[in-house]
Structure formats: C-alpha cells, structure tokens
Design a protein around this ligand. Structure first.
Ligand code: NAG
Ligand code: NAG
Length: 480
C-alpha cells in the first residue's frame, strides 16, 4: 500500500455539531514484550497499516487508476441489480463505491458517508499534492460536464474542502442520472490519509440543509422513478474473511446478504441528517452494561466505535485483560469475548476480528472501541467495526434503520430457532417480523450464562484481528 507520508495527528478538540471531517488517529502505546516501553503511534500512515502478515488480501488487488495512488481492493460484482460493489483499502479502513461521470470512463472512488448528504469529488483544477495522489475530475474529462459559478465550502474538524458546483450524468449501480455535486478545487491535506477521490453523501438530511445544495443520489433515484423505495442497504466486507463481496443496494435490500429478517429500529429525529437510533444496551458475552438512554449514530464513514469515556470504560471492564490508556484501550490479542450492541431487542454481535485491532506487542492488541465523546454525552458514533457484522438498511421513507445478521450464520440460525423456543424463522417477505425473536441483554450476576434464543455457529477469527482501521471520521453538513 502506498500512502503518502503524512502527519495527521489526533489534535482535535470536540467538534461543534455543525462541522466535521472527523479524522481520528488514536494514539496507542506500543508495548514491547521485553521491557514495557511505551512509544506512541502518531502517524496516520502507521495507523493505516495495522496488517497482520498472516492475512491474505484475497482476490483482485487493483492498482490501475490513472492517478489514484492508493491501494484499493475491488469487490466482486453485486449479486442483484441496482447495486454497486463496495470496495475498500484492504485494512477495513475506508469503504468506497466507484462512480463514473458523463462521457468519461474514468472511475472515481467515493467514500460511503451515511452521516452527511454532501457529495463532492476532487476537481481537475486542484493542483495540490492531495489532488495529485487522487483521481480528479474536471474539464477535459467529460464533454457533458458543466461547472457552475455557484461555490461550496465545507469546513471540517481539521480541514476544509471548497470549490464549485458541477453537473454531469452520474453512472452508478447501473443507473445513469443527472447529478449535481461539488467539484473541489481546494482540498485540505487531511485527505492525503484517505484513499477516496470524493465522498458520496448518504445522510438523511435533505438538500436544503446541505452545504452542497443539490439533491442527493437517493433523491435523484426517487425523482427519476428508478427505485420505488427510498432506501439503501449496505454490506461491508471484512478483509480477514478473504471475501471481497461488499455491496451497496439501492431501493431494496438484498436478502442474500443477511439471515432471515431485518430488525428495524426507528430513527430519532435530529437536525443533522444523522441515522440515529436508540441503543437498548451493550454488553459482553450476554452480560449487560446496564446503560440507559444512549443512542447510536450509524455511520459507514467512521471506522471505529466511539463512545464517551465512562461507557467505554464500563464496556472494556467486561473484557478480561483489557487496559486503558487515555481514550484508547488494549485488549488481549487472544480475547474471545463477543461484544454486543443491542438494538430493537436483539443483541448484535461484534466479532473479535473487528474490535480486536492491531498488535501492540506483549500479546496486547488495540481495541477498536474508543472512549471519546464525539457529539452529545449519550451519543455513540457507531461505524464499521460494528457495521461489518450486520447487513444494514437505511430506510428514508420508513424513518428506520434495519439490521440483519450476516449470511454465514444463516444455516445455524434457522436450525436452532425452534430449539430455543422462539418463534419460527419468519418469512423474508415480512420484514417487520424481524423484531419477534429478541435476545435482550439481561443484567446478570457474574457467571450466569446468557440465554440466547439462537445458537448460531459464529466463526470467530481469533488471531487475525489486527486488520482494523485505526482512524475514524465523520462528515457532516455545514450550514453556511
Ligand atoms: C485553500 O483553503 C485554505 C483554507 O481556507 C486557504 O488558506 C488557501 O489559501 C486555499 N488555497 C487555495 C489554492 O485556494
Ligand atoms: C451472538 O453470538 C452468540 C454466541 O455465539 C449467539 O448465541 C447469538 O445467536 C449471536 N447473536 C446474533 C444476533 O447473531
């Protein structure tokens, strides 16, 4: 992986609600096994290379981009129509889809950002280093491109992007639609740390609350009558699984990518365009934290799970052998505990492959659950560390988020559903039925066993949990 050297250190103050490209580089101690020598990891470059050498990156490693200098692992073609493959960088750090514009066949990598509705791409007139390492789009690339005089500016936590609005035909997921987006002529160097050429806004905010005042891709697909339901579904691949099958589905979920039914959770009204839902509780191996009144902002554009310190401390206390270091935590690389987030009455598991991060030495690994308040005191920012474990549906019309257990657990779930005494696995044609077989986290005395209604054979990927991305960010609309 070629990542330009950068020193994007985590020097962020808490962000006001209106802003935020949220590049987060946690500083973990490197623990050497002989002596306890602590050496902070400060460079994004280090954070981006949490690779365990034993992990094979799987099929198609594609490095054919015109100017994009980053390693991007293409996923296999989607298994249903109106869908596009979700690619990633090979470390589960950034998830992107390709888009082409107008008469150009050049592919641009757009980060999936469910926390904002702005879509922009680096422009051809940007001559900064950050643009030279990415694919840019501008005059000369497509004869149908029109660039307007209207400007945009998005101010992020540690940087900014500005330029002009532009219109061209966007080709994505088999659709070709007229689309207005930002063409950035000035991009802050923060983006050197990221492989994407631009950002695809998938937030709930409508166009009037955007910095980029144009209909989102979902708005366009609806207004052009190309999809019937304003929703999208996302499956994010886990590199350590060796299968590059990430997928973004427009208009209808792909039932091949989850088990049985979706559990839907209503969204909480907010003015930020967040996909924010109530968290019932969190826990470890069926033992509940006992937290109340928390909510989760579901963000495909954030690598980590970030929660205020007290919650993160309480959660890690349930993982034996964990240690705290400021806002970061270590967990034993050999940890086998399953971390769970409970939504809509169902415990959703987070694999050790996802929360156990890079090796720090001495058998300690970074925890990819961070003790940091990103927004309110009760709001958790829940990103890819969790989302890789589920198929997620973002339903605008229904004002709800749906989670489905991933397919690899499908067979075991079906065969054990009746054993547990829960209702039979309901039909896929009845999506709301997914809430009928809850496995609530119960508050238990230590040692008491969980009482799962399913007995799914979860394949834990012990020993290969060092693949995790070590940065997180969130992109929010800024009202100018
Ligand atoms: C880009 O934006 C920054 C921050 O606003 C500004 O200081 C700089 O002059 C701009 N550069 C260009 C080339 O416009
Ligand atoms: C979570 O993992 C536990 C233990 O393996 C299992 O019993 C349970 O069914 C899983 N839950 C889901 C929703 O997959």
């Amino acid at each position: 992986m070629h990542i330009p050297s950068t020193s994007a250190v985590a020097c962020l103050s808490l962000l006001p609600l209106v802003s935020a490209f949220y590049p987060y580089v946690p500083v973990y101690p490197i623990i050497h096994s002989r002596k306890d020598l602590y050496e902070p990891v400060r460079h994004a470059e280090d954070a981006l290379n949490p690779r365990d050498d034993s992990i094979s990156l799987g099929i198609s490693r594609t490095l054919t981009r015109r100017t994009n200098k980053y390693n991007i692992i293409n996923s296999q073609p989607p298994t249903q129509s109106n869908s596009v493959a979700v690619d990633q960088d090979g470390t589960d750090f950034s998830y992107m889809v390709t888009i082409t514009f107008g008469t150009s066949s050049e592919e641009y990598h757009m980060l999936l950002d469910s926390a904002a509705s702005n879509t922009w791409i680096m422009g051809g007139d940007c001559t900064l280093d950050v643009c030279n390492t990415h694919n840019t789009f501008g005059n000369g690339d497509s004869t149908s491109l029109t660039i307007s005089d209207k400007t945009f500016s998005i101010v992020y936590g540690t940087g900014q992007v500005s330029g002009n609005l532009a219109t061209d035909t966007a080709h994505i997921a088999g659709f070709s639609v007229p689309f207005t987006f930002g063409l950035a002529s000035n991009v802050s160097s923060d983006f050197l740390s990221y492989p994407m050429d631009g950002i695809l806004g998938l937030g709930r905010g409508d166009s009037t609350s955007n910095t980029i005042e144009a209909p989102s891709i979902l708005d366009v697909l609806i207004s052009e009558s190309l999809i019937k339901t304003k929703l999208f579904g996302v499956h994010l691949s886990r590199t350590s699984s060796g299968v590059n099958d990430g997928e973004l589905d427009f208009g209808t979920p792909n039932p091949q990518l989850y088990n049985g039914d979706l559990t839907y959770i209503p969204t909480i009204a907010n003015t930020n365009g967040f996909w924010e839902i109530a968290v019932d509780d969190a826990g470890v191996d069926g033992k509940a934290l006992g937290v109340k009144g928390r909510s989760a902002i579901i963000d495909t554009g954030t690598s980590f799970i970030l929660m205020p310190s007290d919650d993160a401390v309480a959660l890690h206390k349930l993982i034996s052998g964990s240690t705290q270091s400021g806002e970061t935590f270590t967990v034993p690389c050999s940890a086998t505990e399953i971390v769970q987030l409970s939504f809509g009455g169902v415990n959703f598991n987070i694999s050790t492959a996802d929360y156990v991060g890079r090796r720090l030495g001495g058998g300690a690994c970074a925890s990819n659950i961070i003790g940091r308040q990103t927004f309110g005191t009760t709001q958790w920012l829940v990103g890819d560390v969790y989302l890789k474990n589920v198929y997620t549906v973002f339903d605008f019309d229904g004002s709800r988020v749906g989670f489905g257990v991933k397919g690899e657990e499908k067979a075991a779930a079906s065969s054990s559903a009746t054993v547990s005494g829960s209702s039979p696995v309901p039909s896929k044609t009845s999506p709301l039925a997914g809430t009928t077989a809850p496995t609530a986290l119960s508050q238990q005395s230590p040692g008491a066993s969980a009482s799962p209604t399913h007995n799914m054979a979860v394949k834990w990927d012990e020993g290969s949990g060092a693949m995790l991305a070590l940065m997180a960010f969130i992109v929010l609309a800024v009202v100018l």
